[in-house]
Design a protein around this ligand. Structure first.
Ligand code: G6P
Ligand code: MG
Length: 216
């Protein structure tokens, strides 16, 4: 019997991956680096600074910037990303998400957010679903990012649920690995990528049966 749900944000609750991609692609282009959608897959679930490091390494420019310069580059990317989110609203929730959250609330199943994004509270507020989450893990408090299980363990414990009794929802390979390493049941959500190691994979949350999930 499962007692709590832990959600990634980008790609699970809403499709902000496309906005991250636009902002990173523009920043990389300014540095003479071309990134494509295949490379962008490797940035999913990865923190802002680690994403920048990956892009610089990809363009063989990893030794060209000081820490302060890299911080300025990351800020520039985030400023563009936040601008792209200006019109985000309830209409941007991915299919099935709102219904699933309502059903979880009806059954008194607590939900939390395990996202590497520092923008998570703002995004959830714009989407109109902030009230459904008992806790949002602050990524600043983490020692390691995904695929380390730390964020998922914290997210489960923050809502009073042992990781073994929790279900995690993820769209990225690094996230599925983190959920499994935390000892949780992993639901992969992707219509395009095969998420290795997921206990169940669906193309969208509309396919999920909450009763079946609880009884895992
Ligand atoms: C999520 C996304 C990543 C993003 C990270 C940090 O994990 O999948 O693409 O880099 O959050 O997001 P932030 O909003 O803090 O830049
Ligand atoms: Mg994601």
């Amino acid at each position: 019997m499962k007692k709590g749900f832990v959600f990634d944000l980008d790609g699970v609750i809403t499709d902000t991956a496309k906005f991250h991609y636009i902002a990173w692609k523009d920043l990389a282009a300014n540095l003479g680096i071309t990134i494509d959608e295949t490379f962008n897959e490797t940035l999913k679930g990865i923190s802002r600074m680690d994403s920048l490091d990956k892009i610089l390494a990809y363009g063989h420019r990893e030794n060209d910037f000081t820490t302060a310069e890299k911080e300025a580059l990351a800020k520039k990317k985030n400023d563009e990303y936040v601008k792209l989110l200006a019109d985000l609203s309830e209409a941007d929730l991915l299919p099935g998400v709102h219904d699933f959250l309502v059903q979880a609330k009806k059954r008194n199943i607590p939900c939390s957010i395990a996202s590497a994004s520092k923008n998570a509270p703002m995004i959830l507020e714009k989407l109109g679903v902030l009230e459904f989450f008992g806790h949002i893990v602050d990524p600043e408090t983490l020692k390691k990012g995904k695929p380390d299980p730390e964020i998922f363990v914290k997210a489960a414990e923050s809502i009073g649920v042992a990781p073994n009794d929790a279900v995690g929802f993820e769209d990225a390979q690094a996230g599925i690995e983190g959920i499994k390493a935390a000892g949780m049941y992993a639901v992969g959500i992707s219509a395009t990528e095969v998420l290795a190691g997921a206990d169940l994979q669906v193309a969208s949350m509309t396919e999920l049966d909450i009763e079946q999930l609880i009884n895992q």
